[in-house]
Structures are given as C-alpha cells and as structure tokens.
Design a protein around this ligand. Structure first.
Ligand code: ADP
Ligand code: ZN
Ligand code: ZN
Length: 736
C-alpha cells in the first residue's frame, strides 16, 4: 500500500493532527499545504506521511494544494516545537504555525520581495566626503560606510538610519553607487572595520575554556559586570565557530530595536559574513526574507528576539543569549515559553554549546551555576573588571528623600549633580520607570482617584495630550474638569512620570538639551536610533527615560545616572520584585562612566539602608543573589520548587471560580506529588474587562508536575465550562 495519508498540523486549538489524502508525490514532511477545514481553507504543515489513518480513508479529503517548491521545515525545528508544545501544554499545530513568519501562514505562496544591495562605484570611491554639504548628514554617513565596506545591504542601511535607503538611492542618482539584487551574500574576505582588542586575562580564560569544548553541549554562564567585555567574548567564540564552513550562530537579545549597537558591532566585526536580524519591527516581507536566509543556511549570524529560537537553522553550531536574565525572553500569551529554556533544550539536542551572558543572572541561572547539583548544569565564568582599563565601575550612593526638601520630586543633591555635569559638558541619565506625566489623578477633597473601568488599575495622566490613559488596556479618556465623585474642581496629577520629569528639568535647567525615551516617545520605528545618534553626537545633555534606556547602550561621555522613585518595588508582593529591581538598577548604573571619566549613580529613596541598596553600592551581585536564594529556599519558592499556573478569565468571576474549582478538585485527585492551591485572584483582578483568577501548582520534582499538567489539560479541554472561560497553563510563570 502506498503512503498517501498526510498527518497535518493546523492552527486550531486541538492537540492533534489531521489526516488528509496526498495528491502530489513530491510532498515531504515539513511542507506547507493548503487544506479544506470546516467551511474554510487553512494552511497546515505535513508532520508525517503514512499508509494508515484513524479515520476511514474513504472519508478523508484530499489536500487542496502543496507548496512543494518551498523548502520543507526540517526535522530539528519540528522536533523542537513539538517538545516545547508538550512542555508548555500548548497545541502543537498552534505552536508550529505561530512560530512561522506571518507570510507563511497566509494562503498565497511565499514569494519574498527582492532585496537590494548598494555597491560603491569607482566614481563614488574617489569622492571626498567633505565636499558634500554638512547638512546632508545621512548621505555623508552612507557614503562613508560604503567607502569602508564597498557594499551595503538594505539591512546595513537600516542600521544607519531610517532615511539611509533614500540616501543610497540618491547616491545611485549621482553615479556614486550601483544596485544589485541580493541572493545570498557571498563570503568575501574583508578586514574587520574595528580592530580586535587584546583580550584581558579573564576574557582570555573564558574564551579558552569554552573553545576547548566548542563542539559539545555545554551551558556556560558568563557573569560579567557591565562593560566587562562579554560581547567581546561572544565575538571571539563566534569567530572560532565561523571558521567552519557554513556554520551558523544564533544570538538571542532581549529587544533588538533597543540594542542597535550590538548588531552594528557584529556587522563591523564580521563584514564577510551574512548577518540577519529577526524581530517584531521588521516588515512582514523582511521577516520572511531573513527567515528564509536562516533556513537556507545563507545567513551565518542570526540575531533575534525570543521568537527566533524556533527559526530553522540547519547548521546551528552555537547559541549566545545576551542579557539572559531579561524577562522579555518569556512569552506572556499563547504558548508561554521561555526562550532561554528552549535554547538550552535546542543546544542539548544539537550537542552544541550555549553561552548565557549577564551582569545580573536570573536567580534560576545563578542557582544552576553555583549550587551543588549533579545534573547537567551550568559552568560559571566570571569577568570582574571593566574591560577598558581606565573605566572604573561607577560610585553608587543613595540620597535619603525623607531628610531633604524635594523640588518637584528631585533632591537638591541630584539637581546639583546635574548642574555640575552641564558645566563640565558631560551627559546625564535620569531613570524613572513610569511613563506619562503622573501615575494618578487625585481629588484633593474626597481622595477619589481616576480608575480604569476595564481593569483594576489607575489611569495615568498624559498631560500633553490632555488625556487619562490606562497602561494595561490602552483605554483613553479626557481629563475631567471636576471630580465625578464630589464635584470638586481641584484635581491634581499626583506623583511623577517621565513627562513630568522632563518638564521639571526644562524649568530647572533651561539651558539643558533634554530628550525623553519611553514607549510614548519611541513609538516610531527609528525614533530611538535617532535619539541615540543625537546622544552620541553630544546633542543631548540629559536623557530621561524608562528601562528602555537601561540596556546595552554605551555612551562614553555619560557620567551621571539618577534613579527616581523605585521604592514601590522594594515592597512589592511579587516575590521576584527585588531580583528585578536589583538587575534594573545594576543595568542602568552600568551606563555611567563607561570610558575614561568616572561615573556616579545617585539613587533617591526613602529606604537608603535597604539590603538591596547596600548590595548595589558595593556592586555585589553574588552575595545579594545568594541571600535572595536562601530566602527562596526557606519559603520554598522557585528555583527550589517547580511551579505552574492555571490562569482563567471570563466576563464574570463566578464562571472563572467554577472552572478553577473544578480544575482544582481534579488536580488534587490526580496527584499527591504536586501541591495544588485553592483558586485565588491576582493582584490585577480585572484586566481588559475580564475577571481573572488562577490556581498555583508546585512540586519538588519536575516530572510529577509535567505529568499532572498533561493529564489535567486533557480533562480541561474536554470540559464544557472550558468554552466559557479563557484559560491557559503557564509553566514556570514569571508573573502572578
Ligand atoms: P559588556 O558586553 O560586558 O557590557 P562590552 O563587550 O560591550 O561589555 O565591552 C565594553 C567596552 O570595552 C567596549 O567598548 C569594548 O569595545 C571594550 N572592550 C572589550 N574588551 C576589551 C579589551 N580586551 N580591551 C580593550 N577594550 C575592550
Ligand atoms: Zn472628589
Ligand atoms: Zn485598563
């Protein structure tokens, strides 16, 4: 009997494959197909080709179309998604289809737009940049880059500026450049644009140790203070791996559009290799094109955010995870995977090394690297000093806000420090993790606070737009003229956000050039790159911003970091809040004094003696991490137990409660090895108009928990109530 039955994964919330008849002998496992499903047609992926069906073959429908000209998804990628879908209790078909670029989920064949590169002409080579007017800044920059590299792809141009493509076209019009279509970039030997520094002892040791085991699975935790040269270590390892023909490398980064510098550094270090990026701000056609370059093996270096962990990369030889502690590696909806954990699985299956880098490793990772564990855990490597010999770690001090008079939320000490930087023509950064003008609108008479009607949260004042806005659901309304509760007209924006801080600074320091970086000011694709450019060109004196500013940026002339209003995190009910705050403050402190000028960090707080600040002052991640781990062990929190949540939400809480009660009783009945807790409501009881609840499960052993979840999910999927609530399993949840 011929094998003509196709087992197909579809994007439907059922954890099973669907049988169809093949009508094309060229179909292979991993091919995309179009199939009739209910009254619609859907894209599916062939998972197996078989001669048997669970259904009577006469009832099977043939597929509509098979995209046999496209390369099929490879077995390694399929296997990884399958493993993850099982581990995170999510339907395989949905996991698989959502891992693909949107274009591959659409019915039309996936032709990607042609990509172009710009080549310097002989005329262009001879042009003296200084003859081009200074105001044509981008044109000059593009030409300069072209004179260095001779060839720039559209992605190279995008890394320069959002208007660089336009400039490149102008260069073509001037006959300074030609265009060519990009197929796969050839490997041409080009010298790195920036020379390699000589490694210091710690870096050299790290590179040597990892190099020795470069072709086997081993997780390495590279713990290095900010500016200690972790990126340099990655690049040496990449260099080593790329010596092997066709080798590919995956570099995971938290949010690539926030760290354009990293991509630029890789590009200038590895001009002879094809580098592509995969992240959410690419257009759909760019994303498809990049993804296909990874899949075909043409891209040597793939730098991407969490989703890129599921990209097919046939010759993957090394995975690097930069800022491995970053929460953006965890997906917070659909399949709630953690890209770091999936990367470890992938590396293990491929028998390749994985390097996790951070100045403040996640406590889970730190535990894996330091505890006496017998299993295959992490190898710890330390970089204790900043790499540039003149760069010292910044001096960190707290300013007690209870002892001084604040001027619009700023202490006299911080204002004086800002003035000093202005005098010295050095730059400052003020970190405040709250966007908007002020976090609440308060009635001075009855203490009414403007609430969001759809969430259990307060509305944030956005004075510029004269709006109140919910940062959880996006709801917007005009600022009321009087209190809806008592009629009083005296409503006060209370507390500080980035906009208010920006305004205050403009009043206090009228000569200062100030820029604000938060999600409101950076909504445009290239807005951040432009602001960062201006900082580098010394056109900005003070940067005000949220955690967006904390990561990765390297501003040599920035010598002061001020931290405002982080006290609420010190007393948060979330057991991970201190870990997160410490990491954030270390990161943001790390922006100060990265070159030869010493850096200073001033933290405004009402709790200057808090252990977190004590550890921060001496930049002692290790002992603080160990203290936090001891606390977690005492109360049996992760990483000492394995946890999962069953989350549920519905229009009314009664439904949620009924569903969770049922699940709770069933889970209790299924396993004694797993502790299941009564249904509770999260701190944010209502979100986007939905009433929420969850049950927590925890176990001493991972397999017991996995077994329970797998069984529980089968029951829940079959339960009638499950259609009336939205529910999800969250394995290793980061947020409660
Ligand atoms: P990290 O990734 O740990 O924050 P980076 O790799 O960005 O650190 O290094 C910080 C700075 O030090 C960069 O400007 C980098 O070029 C420089 N650097 C790194 N290693 C060395 C070295 N061995 N000698 C001199 N400079 C170095
Ligand atoms: Zn009132
Ligand atoms: Zn809301």
């Amino acid at each position: 009997m011929t094998k003509s039955i196709l087992k197909i994964a579809l994007d439907v919330p059922l954890d099973r494959l669907f049988d169809y008849l093949a009508n094309d002998t060229n179909i292979q496992i991993g091919h995309r197909v179009l199939v009739p499903f209910g009254r619609r047609e859907q894209i599916g992926i062939v998972i197996d080709v078989s001669s048997v069906s669970e259904v009577n073959p006469e009832k099977l429908k043939p597929i509509k179309q098979a995209f046999v000209k496209e390369a099929p998804l490879d077995a390694e990628m399929l296997g990884l998604v399958k493993f993850s879908a099982d581990y995170y209790q999510y339907p395989y078909g949905q996991a698989l289809l959502s891992a693909l670029p949107a274009r591959l989920r659409q019915i039309a064949p996936a032709a990607s737009r042609k990509q172009y590169a710009y080549l310097l002409t002989e005329v262009g080579r001879l042009v003296n940049i200084d003859e081009i007017p200074k105001r044509q800044r981008i044109l000059r920059e593009v030409l300069a880059a072209m004179q260095l590299k001779t060839r720039l792809t559209e992605s190279d141009l995008d890394a320069i500026s959002s208007s660089a493509r336009k400039a490149a076209k102008a260069l073509v019009a001037l006959s300074y450049a030609n265009t060519e279509q990009v197929l796969a970039t050839p490997r041409i030997a080009l010298a790195p644009i920036v020379p390699e520094p000589e490694l210091n002892t710690e870096q050299a040791a790290a590179v040597a140790l990892i190099s020795r085991e470069i072709s086997t699975f081993k997780p390495w935790l590279l713990h290095g203070v900010t500016g200690s040269g972790k990126t340099e270590v990655y690049m040496r390892l990449m260099q080593k791996v790329l010596q092997e023909a066709q080798a590919q490398i995956l570099v995971l980064v938290p949010e690539i559009n926030l760290t354009p510098q990293l991509e630029a550094r890789f590009r200038s270090r590895f001009p002879q290799f094809t580098l592509i990026s995969l992240h959410s701000s690419l257009s759909e056609s760019e994303r498809l094109h990049h993804w296909q370059l990874a899949q075909s093996g043409a891209a040597h270096i793939i730098i991407g955010t969490r989703l890129s962990i599921f990209t097919p990369i046939p010759n993957l030889k090394l995975i690097v995870i930069d800022e491995e502690h970053d929460n953006s590696y965890k997906q917070q909806d659909s399949m709630r995977y953690h890209a770091r954990d999936v990367a470890l699985v992938r590396a293990k299956r491929l028998n390749i090394p994985v390097v996790l880098g951070s100045a403040t490793p996640a406590l889970e990772s730190w535990h894996n690297a330091t505890a006496n564990l017998n299993a295959n855990k992490y190898n710890l490597l330390r970089l204790k000093q900043r790499a540039v010999s003149a760069a010292q770690l910044p001096q960190i001090n707290c300013i007690d806000t209870t002892k001084v008079h604040l001027q619009h939320g700023l202490t006299p000490q911080l204002i004086a420090a800002l003035k000093l930087r202005l005098q010295r023509q050095e730059q400052s950064l003020l970190f405040i993790n709250r966007r908007g003008y002020s976090p609440v609108l308060l009635c001075s008479a009855c203490h009414w606070i403007a609430p969001c009607t759809r969430c259990s949260s307060k509305l944030v004042v956005h004075l510029g737009q004269r709006k109140l806005r919910c940062h959880h659901c996006g709801h917007e309304q005009r600022i009321p003229h009087q209190c809806p509760s008592c009629g009083n007209a005296d409503l006060h924006p209370t507390g500080h956000g980035t906009q208010r801080l920006e305004q205050t600074l403009a009043q206090l320091l009228p000569a200062a050039r100030i820029a604000r970086v938060d999600r409101d000011s950076i909504s445009r694709k290239h807005a951040l790159v432009e602001i960062l450019d201006r900082v580098h060109n010394q056109e900005i004196d003070i940067l005000v911003g949220t955690q967006m500013l904390a990561k990765g940026h390297d501003f040599p002339n920035l010598t002061l970091v001020g931290v405002i209003d982080t006290d609420s995190a010190l007393h948060s009910p979330d057991f991970r809040a201190s870990e997160r705050l410490f990491a954030q403050l270390m990161q943001v402190s790390g922006r100060a004094g990265r070159a030869d000028k010493p850096g200073q960090v001033l933290i405004q707080t009402a709790f200057p003696d808090h252990p977190l600040f004590n550890a921060l002052r001496i930049q002692d991640y290790e002992s603080y991490a160990n203290t936090l781990l001891q606390e977690r062990e005492q109360v049996q929190f992760p990483p000492f137990v394995f946890t999962a949540l069953l989350r549920a939400e519905a229009n009314e809480y009664a439904l949620v409660q009924k569903f969770l009660q049922f699940a709770f009783a069933h889970a209790r009945h299924l396993s004694d090895a797993v502790m299941t807790y009564d249904p509770v409501r999260p701190q944010m009881e209502r979100l986007k108009g939905m009433e929420r609840g969850y049950i927590l499960m925890h176990a001493q052993q991972r397999p017991a928990l996995q077994k329970l979840l797998a069984e529980l999910v089968v029951t829940l999927r079959a339960d009638k109530l499950a259609n009336k609530v939205r529910w999800a399993i969250d394995v290793n949840p980061l947020e409660f």
